[in-house]
Design a protein around this ligand. Structure first.
Ligand code: CTP
Length: 415
């Protein structure tokens, strides 16, 4: 694994119980070929020893901006050397200081001087994360577009309680670092923050996996990135977001509640729970998931064996529920706003024709049309928005940019 070969990562550790997980992030980055420059706040050193980080990274740990033995300005030098700065964990206090643009210690001064992406993995008690002051600081950072948050996620926190505020796991943080180093997902935030304040937005993302037996499944090539971008941007714009995710290995966007599912039927049940039988618990549903249209009619309880001389087994398929069409048929009135996706093969005219057919068949407000070869597995995509008003022109953008375009359409319908 050398996905970070030649890259320099400044790893800033701040004072939270989750600080010990920064050591694992350092280890993953080094294993992937990166040089890791560790820096720590004074309170971080109460949670994890500088000796540990120095030992893992083979680099001196920068802790004191005023170290007289350092030639030059330490924060300027660290920022200049780093391709990416990542803060693991980022405390509520640190987010507040970053939002204000303060430079009162080595970590904040280095961030203010960054020449590349800055990532921060918040970790705090759920009440601290929910506090209006923290909400304001997170929205301010989103509006500035210079610090990108990784998580937090819903889960157990140090006190033994559970809620939104647990730090994203090291593997998820590592993936976010790789993506920002490879130029995917480093676009700046472009949407207005706060314009979806309090709106309950449900997003589905990723593929579904339909079991053939306990080992095998039917699936598709969806990476989930488009749906995750929509969920992340909606949360940054103030919405209360629930993400129903098929099997993907992507970190949960900051401030998003996530429900993981495998199959189409599980996705449908999760949506029933989240939206309510009468759909009254959601203002918006964005179905970005690539739901499998078919499943094995009878999944085998045991692994199917290839016995010598036996005939090749045939897999009989059954139709999955069309989740979006069922919700479209159930909706009376204009809420929730329903958004579908049409991922097609063919030229632009054919893609638009299929999207128009889906608009009518699924009774949704608009369909985001895109061609598979320009979207699947890419960090950018090229989409047109098809509604009863007609079709927009196709435009290309990062998945975050396209997410903001879709959310602007949704905002207009909610207004
Ligand atoms: N969808 C759904 N349930 C399904 C299949 C699709 O809710 N069983 C949703 C998708 O999430 C997407 C939209 O319907 O928002 C269109 O999905 P797509 O797979 O492109 O269309 P299908 O209706 O499955 O038609 P086809 O595969 O024949 O193009």
């Amino acid at each position: 694994m050398s996905s970070l070969a030649g890259k320099t990562i400044a790893l800033a550790v701040t004072g939270s119980i989750a600080a010990y997980k920064a050591v694992e992030v350092a280890r993953l980055c080094i294993k992937a070929g990166a040089k890791v420059l560790p820096l720590m706040t004074t309170s971080a050193q109460r949670f994890v020893g500088p000796v540990t980080l120095a030992g893992i990274t083979g680099e001196p740990v920068a802790t004191d901006m005023w170290d007289p033995s350092f030639p030059g300005e330490m924060h300027v030098s660290l920022a200049a050397r780093a391709d990416v700065i990542v803060i693991v964990p980022a405390t509520a206090d640190l987010l507040a200081r970053l939002a204000q643009g303060r430079a009162d210690d080595l970590v904040t001064a280095t961030v203010l001087c960054a020449r590349g992406p800055v990532l921060a993995a918040p970790a705090m008690h759920p009440r601290m994360w929910e506090h209006p002051a923290t909400r304001k600081n997170v929205a301010e950072l989103a509006a500035q577009g210079r610090v990108r948050l990784i998580g937090p996620v819903v889960g157990a926190v140090a006190s033994g309680e559970s809620g939104m505020g647990r730090m994203e796991e090291p593997a998820g943080i590592f993936e976010a670092i790789v993506r920002s180093c490879t130029g995917t997902g480093t676009g700046t935030f472009t949407g207005k923050s706060g314009d979806l304040d309090g709106k309950r937005i449900v997003v589905t993302a990723g593929p579904t996996h339909e079991a053939i037996d306990p080992v095998r499944y039917l699936g598709n090539r969806s990476s989930g990135r488009m749906g995750f971008a929509i969920a992340g941007r909606a949360a940054a714009r103030g919405a209360k977001v629930t993400l129903v995710a098929g099997p993907v290995s992507l970190p949960t966007p900051s401030g998003v509640a996530r429900i993981d599912v495998e199959s189409a039927e599980q996705m449908q049940r999760a949506l029933d729970d989240v939206m309510g039988a009468d759909l009254a618990k959601a203002d918006v549903l964005v179905m970005a998931a690539a739901v499998a249209d078919f499943r094995a009619a009878q999944a085998s309880a045991t692994k199917i064996k290839k016995e010598a001389g036996a005939a090749v087994p045939a897999i009989a398929l059954a139709k999955n529920p069309d989740i979006l069409a069922a919700i479209g048929a159930k909706r009376s009135g204009k809420r929730p706003v329903l958004v579908g996706f049409a991922l097609e093969t063919g030229d632009d005219a054919l893609v638009l024709a299929y999207a128009k057919a889906k608009l009518a068949a699924k009774k949704v407000d608009f369909v985001v049309a895109n061609a598979a070869h320009e979207s699947l597995g890419h960090s950018t995509t090229r989409v047109a928005i098809v509604s009863s008003d007609g079709a927009s022109a196709f435009s290309v953008g990062s998945k975050d940019d396209v997410a903001d375009r879709i959310l602007a359409e949704i905002g207009a319908r909610l207004a």
